[in-house]
Design a protein around this ligand. Structure first.
Ligand code: GUN
Ligand code: ZN
Length: 490
């Protein structure tokens, strides 16, 4: 393998990839557990047993503490942490965003990361928070750009260099920053300053920020979502094209007595049962976990198991072409995630170019499914069908259909398509027998468009009388509309 990042499988904007680092190849998407060089709830050595392939730590914390710095410089970062796999190091930018300043320059921290043998080096970018004035976001972006250019000139060897994309909550700045950095050929592109968006559940804006940055980058580059550690939003972020996450959440949450699940977080004091079968949850009851002397450690372990289980499920879903089904399920965990899902599908025109033409069976999971890239793609390709003579559009086989010149199947959310394509992806979809407003909307819009493209044909449209929708009126103007007995067994 020669490329640093190789993409093996794709689904929507998501992918399974291999990233080559000086300490080995990792499979993405993955989460990098955050190791605090000062306090270790769970040892770095043990992280592999949860599924971790790469760790992340903070070079600034090491740099600032004499005894850590000495060991790191003499024996190297890997020896310091006791982990021989890949380790990414952050630069102190997060501390900069929290405390307003740091006692190190970009050059100093780059050189330090290089010397201690970091696998993925991060320059001292400026994490511009959300909602700042446009001017400030632009100015800080210019400083970040200078530092990243300096970093690119300085780091040229085996070690990978990350080029963080900033730009606050301005999608146009995010995209501009990303396309500028694309020209500098960083090995990894983290998306920065998104922690405040995630902390306040601003998932819709997060989606726009990720999509904007991705549009500016090459789809061949690996992307890291800085500070994203809650598994409930991994599927959504992966579907947008994020490959790496880093989690301090497993430890921070454990410290607060919080128990992570993919549908949200529980306070352990409020748990009567443990809804998980990881080794911790299999061994302890909720009562025992609450009272355990090492409760924080046990919670940290469960949180890591839950986190990596989700990564494995996401990867399986990519293999099976089921990532969007998972995204739609996960985004039902919280109304603000549902907002993120709705925002996600406003990017379907962009996602459509990455989405495989054929994959696992499309499942209609709710009104948002009507906006999936597959539905949009079909709507864009209606020109391919030419219709003549008497055309029957029906939801399922009807008596006497042999007398028509052409037969189309009507299936929401797609609309009418040639009956011969019923078994072809995505028309072999599993859909609701009771199509909702959104499914009927896209289906009728596509069907009307198809009729407009072929005005010479004569249409008969047979559907269930329960298909109530304002557009049925339009259909009846262009076709002889016949209602059939509803929901009859086939
Ligand atoms: N950790 C969380 N957010 C950021 C960011 O924007 N930049 C860096 N370097 N680290 C982070
Ligand atoms: Zn568990």
């Amino acid at each position: 393998m020669s490329a640093i990042f190789e993409i093996l499988d794709k689904d929507a904007g998501g992918r399974i990839g291999k990233l080559r680092t000086p300490h080995g190849i990792i499979e993405t998407p993955t989460v990098m557990p955050v190791i605090n060089p000062n306090i270790q709830l769970i040892s770095p050595k043990e992280m592999r047993s949860f599924g971790a392939e790469i760790l992340i730590t903070n070079s600034y914390i090491i740099y600032r503490k004499e005894e850590l710095r000495k060991i790191a410089l003499e024996k190297g970062l890997h020896e310091l942490l006791g982990f021989d796999g890949p380790i990414m190091t952050d630069s102190g930018s997060f501390q900069l965003s929290v405390y307003g300043s740091v006692e190190v320059t970009n050059e100093e921290i780059l050189e330090f990361q290089q010397k201690i043998g970091s696998d993925i080096i991060v320059p001292l970018d400026i994490p511009t928070p959300p909602d700042v004035q446009y001017r400030r976001a632009e100015e800080e972006l210019a400083v970040t750009a200078e530092r990243l250019e300096a970093a690119r000139k300085f780091i040229q060897g085996e070690q990978l260099l990350a080029g963080p994309v900033q730009g606050s909550t301005y999608p146009e700045l995010r995209e501009k920053a990303a396309s500028h950095l694309k020209g500098l050929n960083f090995e990894v592109y983290p998306l920065g300053a998104v922690v405040p968006l995630m902390e306040s559940y601003r998932y819709a804006e997060l989606v726009d920020v990720i999509a904007a940055a991705k549009k500016g980058l090459s789809p061949a580059s690996p992307v890291h979502l800085f500070g994203a550690g809650h598994p409930m939003m991994f599927a959504l972020a992966v579907a947008l094209g994020c490959d790496l996450f880093d989690s301090a959440a497993y430890a921070l949450y454990a410290k607060d007595g919080r128990y992570i699940t993919v549908t949200g977080t529980y306070h352990v004091e409020k748990l009567n049962y443990l809804p998980c079968s990881c080794p911790i949850c299999s061994k302890y009851t909720a009562e025992e976990l609450k009272k355990a002397d090492n409760r924080e450690e046990l919670l940290g372990r469960h949180n890591l198991y839950a986190t990596f289980a989700e990564i494995r499920l996401i990867k399986q879903c990519i293999k099976d072409g089921k990532l969007l089904e998972l995204v739609e399920q996960r985004c039902r965990a919280h109304p603000r995630l549902l907002d993120g899902l709705k925002k996600f599908y406003t990017h379907s025109p962009w996602l459509e170019q990455f989405d495989p033409a054929t994959k696992g069976t499309y499942f209609y999971c709710g009104p948002e499914s009507a906006s999936r890239p597959e539905v949009l793609r079909f709507g864009k390709r209606l020109e391919r069908f030419s219709l003549e003579g008497s055309v029957l559009i029906r939801t399922g086989p009807v008596k006497g259909e042999g007398s028509y010149d052409q037969i189309l199947t009507f299936k929401a959310p797609f609309g009418a398509f040639p009956v011969e394509m019923e078994e072809v992806y995505p028309f072999n979809a599993e859909v609701s027998k009771f199509p909702d407003y959104e499914a009927l909307s896209t289906a009728f819009i596509n069907t009307l468009k198809l009729m407009d493209l072929n005005p010479q044909a004569e249409y008969t449209f047979i559907c269930e009388k329960e298909f109530r929708h304002p557009l049925i009126e339009e259909i009846s103007k262009k076709a002889k509309l016949v209602y059939r007995e509803a929901w009859k067994k086939e």
